[in-house]
Design a protein around this ligand. Sequence first.
Ligand SMILES: NC(=O)c1ccc[n+]([C@@H]2O[C@H](COP(=O)([O-])OP(=O)(O)OC[C@H]3O[C@@H](n4cnc5c(N)ncnc54)[C@H](OP(=O)(O)O)[C@@H]3O)[C@@H](O)[C@H]2O)c1
Length: 252
Amino acid sequence: MPATIFITGASSGFGAATARRFGQAGWNLVLAGRRQPRLEALAAELAAHCAVHTLVLDVRDRAAVEAAVAALPEPFAAVEVLVNNAGLALGTDPAPSCSLDDWDTMIDTNIKGLVYCTRLLLPGLIARGRGTIVNLGSVAGRWPYPGSHVYGASKAFVKQFSLNLRCDLLGTGVRVTDLEPGLCESEFSLVRFSGDQTRYDALYQGAHPIQPEDIAETIWYIANLPPHLNINTLELMPVTQAWNNFAIHRDA
Ligand SMILES: NC(=O)c1ccc[n+]([C@@H]2O[C@H](COP(=O)([O-])OP(=O)(O)OC[C@H]3O[C@@H](n4cnc5c(N)ncnc54)[C@H](OP(=O)(O)O)[C@@H]3O)[C@@H](O)[C@H]2O)c1
């Protein structure tokens, strides 16, 4: 029987590419996100390759996540791979002037939503004695930059949560990876820039960023390693990306 992968944020970017990668290989897909038409279009696209269960789900809604996981039908209930991918960055204004509502949304989605999905799917993974959780962290959780404040901090949470889970899951056969991409091209930046296409185009121009298909291939690799191997953290950047100097403020 095909294995099942549960992907949050499957309506776009990394999540949709991961659905295609696993779906085309015949895996059962559970595709979660808020935009139903996108999920249904993806399900229709992949219908010839695999079985798909779509979940119109806001991961911030704990009761909704609980109900959705409890009601997973056969053959989707036996989740073998969980990709905690739903997430977002909002804005690049400095901390003193950015929106507190945006901070709430990032904390609720990137931290609380990820925690809800993990906790609720863990018992099944443990009961089956195997499985893989791939959490989407970011280079922003490791390296500071201006305007990253709560977004970067939420991804630092994802990193530490992933490592701490490894401790509690020792002996269960369940693996956990914190996947930390750098510059990638997806709707992520349109969301961050409030739909500003000019800013989006300027960010990627000439930069050869990572593509969602690259992330999907990496998740495929992580999930299909021999079961005795766990990649704890995996940081990825395009070759065109590196670090810059420390900033130093000088008196006039
Ligand atoms: N792109 C990058 O440069 C980059 C780099 C490092 C890490 N990441 C991380 O990678 C993950 C995926 O990013 P991406 O580039 O694929 O971005 P994306 O194309 O904007 O996709 C984000 C996905 O998250 C879903 N989502 C957002 N809020 C949600 C909520 N409350 N409930 C359920 N789903 C929600 C969106 O679906 P709906 O809107 O339909 O709900 C969408 O499918 C994020 O966690 C992001 O922080 C991205």
